[in-house]
Write a protein that binds this ligand. Structure first.
Ligand code: TMP
Ligand code: ASP
Length: 243
């Protein structure tokens, strides 16, 4: 698919979004760029775009089958996804099952501790502000969503968590935490948008004890562990085994 066929609407760190001839649809191009720490660290990884596009498509289809509406329409080519156009809500919706990452930097919890119930953390999506964690009062103050939308966002996030945890468990993967983005389509329907991939999830191999070796997600890049694409390929291989 040639990007010149469509005009660019938005370019993010890992994806580009293009207009199509149909006003309610966009083409999403998954790039090979990988960034961390708000782009302080950057690299290009061959096949990353294609793997994340295929993995995201697989997961979106799975969520749709479980009655969770997403922006996904179909795959156009190995790095190109056709999706419904949404107004993205500027929130990074993080669901955590196991303590690690920023939760352990900001609380006394130790990495690997199982949480008594899933924790939802909402961050304000704004690179210039470094995506700050929001309190409930600050979320209300900013008026980004109504109180019923806030409840719906949390309920969808928990449903995604429960579906994906079960799916991953079947293929011996532990869903540690993940980030979602949501948006509203023209009809005002709330859809899970963006991507769900090893770039946006923490996924551990249940059969591996070593704390670094078990990592099958972007933490391999963040922590300079190497083998990033081997890990993403392994997630893709196992997802295909789940059907
Ligand atoms: P954190 O522990 O660094 O807050 O990350 C929580 C989850 O969110 C983890 O699965 C990685 C994902 N994430 C993103 O997808 N994008 C981001 O910009 C950040 C900070 C985290
Ligand atoms: N996505 C963010 C960045 O590109 C941070 C991260 O995923 O660690 O900088």
């Amino acid at each position: 698919m040639a990007s010149s066929e469509a005009s660019l609407l938005y370019e993010g760190k890992a994806k580009r979004v293009f207009k199509t001839k149909i006003p309610d649809q966009v083409l999403v191009h998954f790039k090979n760029d990988v960034t961390a720490f708000n782009s302080k660290k950057h690299a290009e990884l061959k096949f990353k775009g294609s793997l994340n596009c295929q993995i995201s498509a697989f997961i979106f289809k799975f969520l749709e089958e479980n009655d969770i509406p997403t922006h996904f329409l179909n795959i156009q080519d190995d790095c190109w996804m056709l999706a419904q156009k949404v107004d993205v809500i500027p929130l990074e919706i993080v669901v955590r099952n196991i303590a690690t990452g920023s939760l352990c930097k900001e609380t006394p919890l130790k990495s690997g501790e199982e949480l008594p119930k899933p924790l939802i953390d909402l961050y304000y999506k704004d690179d210039a502000l470094d995506d700050p964690l929001l309190t409930d009062a600050r979320l209300d103050l900013l008026g980004l969503v109504s109180s019923s939308q806030k409840m719906e966002i949390k309920s969808v996030a928990l449903k995604v968590n429960s579906c994906l945890k079960d799916l991953f468990k079947k293929i011996d993967l532990l869903l540690v935490d993940f980030k979602l983005e949501m948006g509203l389509n023209r009809k005002g329907q709330l859809l899970v948008a963006d991507e769900i991939s090893p770039d946006t999830c923490r996924i551990w191999d249940i059969n591996v004890q070593n704390q670094d070796d078990r990592i099958l997600d972007k933490d391999r890049f963040r922590k300079d562990l190497g083998g990033v694409m081997d890990a993403y390929s392994e997630v893709w291989r196992r997802l295909n085994k789940s059907i």
